[in-house]
Write a protein that binds this ligand. Structure first.
Ligand code: C2E
Ligand code: MG
Ligand code: MG
Length: 702
C-alpha cells in the first residue's frame, strides 16, 4: 500500500487523479488530498507518506518555488510534479531542483501513474542510499591518518582528504581538478621526480594494501616530508581503468624512531660514542680496505687508572661526567676517519683506521695520554686521571677485530703493570705469558703435595761485628716441566688466585720448624725472617695462625721476624695497625721490606710498630753510581736511625756498597756479596764456616 499525498487545488484534477488511482491501482494506493501548500506542510508534520504528487499552480505556492518548499518540508519523500501541457521548461527545472519525475496534466494514463509513483519512490531511496554511502566514505577518509588522493583516468584529482591537505599544504579546493603531479610533488631519495599520473611511464600504481614505496614529498611551503605510498587503479565494469586511489603515509616519526633505534644499538648512551658493535664493524671495514690503501689499521685499548676511586669517593654522577670529559678529549685527539669507542666502564678503544706507520700509533697514544692527563673540571672538582694504553696493529697482532681488541687489551695490562700513564705495543710473548700464568696456577695447586717446594735461607750479616745472627727464608719451587720457578713469577699468580694463603702457611711452618731445629742443634740464630704477602696479612685469622705455628713448632715469638712491604701496610691502614699491634704484643718482630719502592712516605712509619727497615736493592745499586742518589740513602739511614729502627740493606753485591753502608751506619746487610740464598743444609754449613773464618774477607759467590 503506497501512501500518496496529492496537493492539488483544482477539484476537477483532484477527482481525476483519485479515479485513476482507484481504478488501475485499486487497493494498492491510499491517497490523501490537500489543496494548498500550507495544509500539505502541516499534514506532513505528523504523517508519513511514500510519495507526494504536487501541482505547481497552488494558491499559496507555484512553479519552482513550490517544488523547493515541498522538498524542504519533506526532504526524504519523493516528489512527482504535475505540469501543464506546454510547461517542458518548468518540468526540467523541477527535476533539477530535486523532483523525481513529472506528469503532464491531461496526458496521464492510469497504468503509467502507478508505475511513475513506484519509480519515484525507488529512485529516491537509491539516491538516499548513495548519499549515505558517500557521506560515510567521506567521513571515513577524512578520519584516517593517511593521506588519500583519488584521480580520474586523466590523472586529475577528484578527491583529497583532510590528511592529504595537511601533508601537502594544499586545500581540497586547490587540489581538486588539478593534475595529480602538481598536487603531490614526489621524488625518490636522490631527488628524481616520481609521476603518479596514470599512464605515465613507471607510474603504474602498485596494487595491494602494503606500503611498498618510499619517497619524499615536497610541501607547498617547500619543506620535504618522508612518505611511504601505495596506489590502486579503479576499474570500470568493463575492466578499463577509470581512475586511481593513492594512499600516502607520513613517515617522519617512524623513520626518526628507526634512526634513533639504530643509533642506540650502536652507541654508548653515556658518551654517545660508538659501542663495541659499531667499533667491530669499523675495524672490519678498515681491515677490508687496508691493503688497497697501503694502510695499517691500529687498535688502542685505553683503561683509566684509578677510575674506581673517583667513582667511590665522589659518586657516580661525577664519575659519569669524567667519562664524558675523557670521551671528548679522546675524540679531539683523532681524525675523522678514526673511531673512538667506549666498551663500558672506564674502557675506551680507539681505531686508527688510516695509519701509514706503527710510529703513528705511538704518537697518537702519547697525545691521548697527555689529553686525558690534563685536569678535568667537573662540578668544581679539579680531577686528575691518567690512562694506560695497549696497542695492537693489523695484520701482525691479529687478522680480525676480536683478536686485535683482545691483544690491545693484553698490552694495556702490561702498560698498567709497568706503571701507569704508559703505552705498550702488543708482543706475542704477552699471550705466552697469559698461558704461562695458567700453567703456573695449575702447577702451584699441587706443588706442596708433590714436594716441589723448598726453602732457601740467606744470611743477614750484622755489620757491627760481622756475625750472622739471622736469616731470611725464601721460597723455591721446582716445577716438573718448567723447571726452577723464581718467586717473582709465581708469588703474584698465587696472590691473584688465592693460593698464597696455604702457600704462606707452608712457608711459615717450614721456616719456624727449621729455625727451631737449628737453635736446638746449637746454632746462634736470633731471628728467622719470613715474607708475608698482602693477602695473607689481610686474612682475619693471620695473627692466630702465626701464634699457632709458633706454638706447634716451639719457636719463641721473638725469634720470628715477619717482612711486609710498604704497600701491604698502606692498603688497609687501620686493619694493618691492629694486626701489627697484636703481633708486636705477642713478641713477634716486624720488618718493612723493599723500603723505598712503594709509597716512599716516611710519615706512616711512626704509626706502625715496626722494628726493622729493609732498604730495597734498587737503592743499594745506586751507591756506586752518582753522588745525588747516594744522598737519598744516607738521608733514609739518618731518618731510620732517628726513628730507632734497625736498618737492613738488601742485595749487597760489592765491597764498595758494603763500605758505604758501614760508613753511614747501616745495621745489617744481606746479599750475594756474602751469600746467595742456600738450601737448609748448605746454609748451616755456610754459617759454621763463617764462624771459623776471618770475617773481614768474603768472595762474592755470584
Ligand atoms: P725479598 O723479600 O726482597 O727477597 C730478596 C730477594 O733478593 C730474593 O729474591 C733474593 O734471592 C734476592 N737477593 C738477595 N741478595 C741479592 C743480591 O745481592 N743481588 C740480587 N740481585 N738479588 C739478591 P727471591 O728469592 O727471588 O725472592 C724474590 C721475592 O719474592 C722476595 O723479595 C719476596 O718478596 C718474594 N718471596 C720470596 N719468598 C717468599 C715467601 O715465602 N713468601 C712470600 N710471600 N714472598 C716471598
Ligand atoms: Mg724479604
Ligand atoms: Mg726485599
Amino acid at each position: 500500500m503506497i501512501k500518496v499525498l496529492l496537493v492539488e487545488d483544482n477539484p476537477h484534477d483532484a477527482l481525476l487523479m483519485r479515479r485513476m488511482l482507484n481504478g488501475a491501482a485499486a487497493g494498492k494506493c491510499d491517497m490523501t488530498l490537500e489543496t494548498c501548500m500550507a495544509d500539505a506542510t502541516r499534514y506532513l508534520l505528523d504523517h508519513t507518506v511514500d510519495v507526494v504528487i504536487l501541482d505547481l499552480g497552488l494558491p499559496d505556492a507555484s512553479g519552482l518555488a513550490a517544488v523547493r518548499q515541498m522538498l524542504a518540508a519533506a526532504p526524504l519523500v519523493p516528489v512527482v510534479v504535475l505540469t501543464g501541457r506546454n510547461d517542458d521548461q518548468l518540468a526540467t527545472q523541477a527535476l533539477r531542483a530535486g523532483a523525481q519525475d513529472f506528469l503532464v496534466k491531461g496526458e496521464i494514463a492510469a497504468g503509467m501513474l502507478l508505475r511513475a509513483l513506484r519509480y519515484a519512490i525507488e529512485r529516491k531511496s537509491l539516491e538516499e542510499k548513495l548519499f549515505l554511502e558517500q557521506e560515510r566514505g567521506q567521513v571515513t577518509l577524512n578520519s584516517i591518518g593517511d593521506a588519500v588522493v583519488c584521480t580520474d583516468n586523466a590523472g586529475l584529482v577528484t578527491f583529497f582528504n583532510l590528511t592529504a591537505e595537511g601533508l601537502t599544504g594544499l586545500t581540497m579546493a586547490e587540489a581538486i581538478g588539478r593534475p595529480i603531479d602538481e598536487s603531490l610533488h614526489l621524488t625518490d631519495e636522490s631527488g628524481v621526480a616520481i609521476s603518479l599520473r596514470p599512464g605515465a611511464r613507471d607510474a603504474a600504481p602498485p596494487l595491494g594494501a602494503k606500503f611498498n614505496a618510499s619517497a619524499m614529498i615536497r610541501r607547498a611551503n617547500g619543506q620535504s616530508v618522508a612518505v611511504d605510498y601505495n596506489g590502486a587503479r579503479i576499474l570500470g565494469r568493463d575492466g578499463a581503468g577509470i581512475g586511481a586511489v593513492y594512499v600516502l603515509r607520513d613517515m617522519t616519526a617512524p623513520r626518526a624512531l628507526a634512526a634513533k633505534m639504530a643509533h642506540l644499538a650502536q652507541h654508548d648512551s653515556l658518551t654517545g660514542l660508538p659501542n663495541r658493535v659499531l667499533l667491530t664493524d669499523r675495524i672490519r671495514r678498515a681491515i677490508a680496505i687496508a691493503p688497497r690503501h697501503a694502510r695499517q689499521p691500529g687498535v688502542l685499548f685505553l683503561d683509566l687508572d684509578g677510575f674506581k676511586h673517583v667513582n667511590d669517593s665522589l659518586g657516580h654522577l661525577v664519575g659519569d661526567q669524567l667519562l664524558q670529559s675523557v670521551a671528548s678529549r679522546l675524540t679531539a685527539c683523532v681524525r675523522g676517519s678514526d673511531t673512538v669507542s667506549r666498551l663500558g666502564g672506564d674502557e675506551f678503544v680507539v681505531l686508527l683506521a688510516e695509519m701509514a706507520r706503527p710510529e703513528d700509533a705511538a704518537t697518537a697514544a702519547v697525545r691521548m695520554l697527555e689529553a686525558v692527563g690534563e685536569p678535568h673540571l667537573i662540578d668544581e672538582h679539579e680531577l686528575h686521571i691518567t690512562t694506560s694504553i695497549g696497542i695492537s696493529l693489523y695484520p701482525d697482532d691479529g687478522a680480525d677485530a676480536g683478536t686485535l681488541i683482545k691483544n690491545a687489551d693484553t698490552a694495556m695490562y702490561q702498560a698498567k703493570a709497568q706503571g701507569r700513564k704508559n703505552y705498550r705495543f702488543f708482543e706475542p710473548a704477552m699471550n705466552f705469558r697469559a698461558v704461562e700464568r695458567q700453567a703456573i696456577e695449575e702447577g702451584l695447586r699441587r706443588a706442596a703435595e708433590r714436594n716441589e717446594l723448598s726453602l732457601h735461607f740467606q744470611p743477614k750479616v750484622d755489620l757491627a761485628n760481622r756475625s750472622v745472627r739471622s736469616a731470611e727464608a725464601l721460597i723455591r719451587w721446582r716445577h716438573p716441566v718448567l723447571g726452577d720457578m723464581p718467586p717473582v713469577k709465581f708469588i703474584s699468580v698465587a696472590e691473584d688466585c688465592g693460593l698464597i694463603v696455604p702457600l704462606g702457611r707452608w712457608v711459615l711452618r717450614e721456616a719456624c720448624a727449621q729455625a727451631k731445629a737449628w737453635i736446638d742443634a746449637g746454632m746462634a740464630l736470633d731471628t728467622i725472617a719470613v715474607n708475608v704477602s698482602a693477602m695473607e696479612f689481610q686474612n682475619e685469622r693471620f695473627v692466630d695462625e702465626v701464634m699457632e705455628t709458633l706454638a706447634v713448632t716451639g719457636l719463641a715469638p721473638e725469634r720470628l721476624e715477619l717482612e711486609l712491604t710498604e704497600s701491604v701496610l698502606m692498603k688497609h691502614t687501620k686493619l694493618a695497625a691492629q694486626t701489627l699491634s697484636a703481633l708486636r704484643a705477642a713478641g713477634v718482630r716486624l720488618a718493612i721490606d723493599d723500603f723505598g719502592t712503594g709509597y716512599s712516605s716516611l710519615s706512616y712509619l711512626t704509626r706502625f710498630p715496626v722494628d726493622t727497615l729493609k732498604i730495597d736493592q734498587s737503592f743499594i745499586r745506586q751507591i756506586s753510581a752518582t753522588q745525588p742518589e747516594t744522598a737519598i740513602i744516607s738521608a733514609v739511614l739518618g731518618i731510620a736511625r732517628s726513628l730507632r729502627l734497625r736498618v737492613v740493606a738488601e742485595g749487597v753485591e760489592t765491597a764498595s756498597e758494603l763500605e758505604f753502608l758501614e760508613r753511614f751506619g747501616c745495621d745489617e746487610a744481606q746479599g750475594f756479596y756474602f751469600s746467595e740464598p742456600l738450601p737448609a743444609a748448605a746454609f748451616a754449613a755456610w754459617v759454621a764456616r763463617h764462624e771459623r773464618q776471618d770475617t773481614k774477607h768474603y768472595v762474592s759467590q755470584k
